[in-house]
Design a binder for this molecule. Structure first.
Ligand SMILES: Cc1ncc(COP(=O)(O)O)c(C=O)c1O
Length: 417
């Protein structure tokens, strides 16, 4: 029996016979031996994702630096792997993230820092790291930093009133029409420059992170954003870099197409190559999201009124996106049952189910009315695209915050025959 091609299938994430593999790892064997909940990350995919961004920016002849947004996943093994690749630095937004980046070996000049609600205690730690690229996001931060570290180079995080997001999800926009807490708006920007000058702070960069998960459909808005950013850059006396933040998305449902990175990079080049600036980007999710899966075990299969519920042994507290941001989630069986049936990935023999977690909260639903092949109690399910913002945003709500994390390396051959 051969299965249809699943939309998310790729060389390192696919069924072999009836079992799901990530890299060379049979996920059933791992879940069975390690237990669950369990996050599994594939190093090879992380490397490929970073390289893809590099290639796109290189093919547009853009001098650039990639800073991996540590908030997406701060697993120490993953961080040291990224450090070892030497292909990217780290973007952080809190003193603890900054210190973690330093602990795993990133140099100061490989780190960008863009915080919000920055306290004096935060600033004291930041000031002890003069080599990092610091982006100030309020007039107050500029004033207080200026007092503490006059003469320092800074970037300014601006808010362009243009938001980007997966679909039209406003919850994911950091700088859309609704006034948000992030960055300095146009009406205060010249005041920000004057304030910086007052403290002899040299403003050499403009930073903007406008939202989460954009794909090709959002590229026209991305272009509007780039056009707007030029105004800010052109106000600087000695601009050195433009930092475009993160927000690059990956497909999360069947109808999504992968972001066209060449087109994305060409747009950046159109606006910033003539200005001879270094382009900084801070992708988090794009680098780790599709490298990871979350394995959970089915505790209960039960019909309640009109719904077939599948309950699992983890809750929204260890994988927040579906509940908090109402994002769709792709759930698949770790082992496909009933191979005699001919499955298609929207086949008539699939069952409409709702996947619920083990937390006593009404929002603890991972996916509603999705179609799955037959599932029984004790089976394992894999949540695809779980490598970003799953473990890092988890909490111990209901004291059910425990999970394991496995990091898959490529085999080096030393232990093979
Ligand atoms: C300043 C900044 N840079 C980068 C990122 C990473 O975003 P993403 O994971 O969507 O690429 C974020 C996310 O919140 C951010 O706030």
């Amino acid at each position: 029996m051969s299965y249809c091609k699943w939309w998310w299938q790729r060389d390192d994430l696919r069924y072999v016979e009836d079992s799901l593999f990530l890299g060379e790892q049979n996920l059933y064997s791992l879940a069975y031996s390690a237990g669950s909940p369990c996050y599994v990350y594939n190093s090879t995919r992380i490397k490929q994702n970073i390289l893809r961004i590099h290639c796109a920016l290189e093919s547009a002849s853009l001098p650039h630096c990639i800073f991996y947004a540590i908030k997406a996943n701060r697993n120490p093994l993953l961080l040291s792997y990224v450090r070892g690749l030497g292909l990217s630095g780290i973007d952080c937004c809190s003193p603890s993230e900054l210190l973690l980046a330093r602990q795993v070996g990133f140099f100061e000049e490989e780190i960008t820092y863009t915080g919000t609600s920055v306290s004096n205690d935060d600033l004291a730690i930041i000031a002890r790291h003069p080599g990092i690229f610091l982006n100030c996001d309020s007039l107050s931060e500029i004033r207080r930093l200026g007092t503490l570290a006059p003469g320092r180079e800074i970037g300014i995080r601006i808010n362009p009133n243009i938001g980007l997001s997966y679909g039209a999800n406003l919850k994911l926009q950091y700088s859309g029409h609704k006034t948000t807490k992030f960055g300095i708006y146009k009406d205060s920007f010249l005041e920000a420059l004057q304030l910086a000058a007052q403290y002899n702070l040299k403003v050499t960069g403009i930073h903007c992170h406008s939202g989460w998960g954009f794909l090709n459909k959002q590229l026209p808005v991305f272009e509007m954003l780039l056009n707007e950013l030029c105004w800010y850059v052109d106000q600087l006396k000695t601009p050195k870099y433009i930092n475009l933040g993160g927000g690059l998305g990956v497909p999360i449902v069947k109808d999504d197409s992968p972001l066209d990175l060449e087109a994305w990079a060409k747009l950046i080049a159109k606006y910033f190559a003539p200005r001879s600036l270094k382009v900084f980007v801070e992708p988090g999710d794009y680098i780790v999201k599709d490298s990871g899966v979350l394995l959970l075990q089915v505790t209960t299969v039960e019909r309640k009124q009109d719904k077939n519920f599948i309950y699992v042994n983890g809750g929204f507290n260890i994988n927040l996106e579906p509940a908090f941001y109402e994002l769709p989630l792709e759930v698949v069986p770790v082992v496909i049952r009933g191979r005699e049936t001919s499955y298609t990935d929207s086949g008539a023999d699939w069952i409409k189910v709702t996947i619920a977690g083990n937390i006593n909260e009404v929002i603890d639903i991972f996916a509603e009315d999705i179609y799955l092949p037959p599932v029984q109690e004790d089976d394992y399910l894999a949540f695809i695209n779980a490598g970003g913002y799953g473990s890092s945003m988890s909490s111990n709500h209901c004291m059910r915050g425990n999970f394991m994390e496995y990091f898959l390396y490529e085999r080096n051959g030393a232990f093979s025959d």
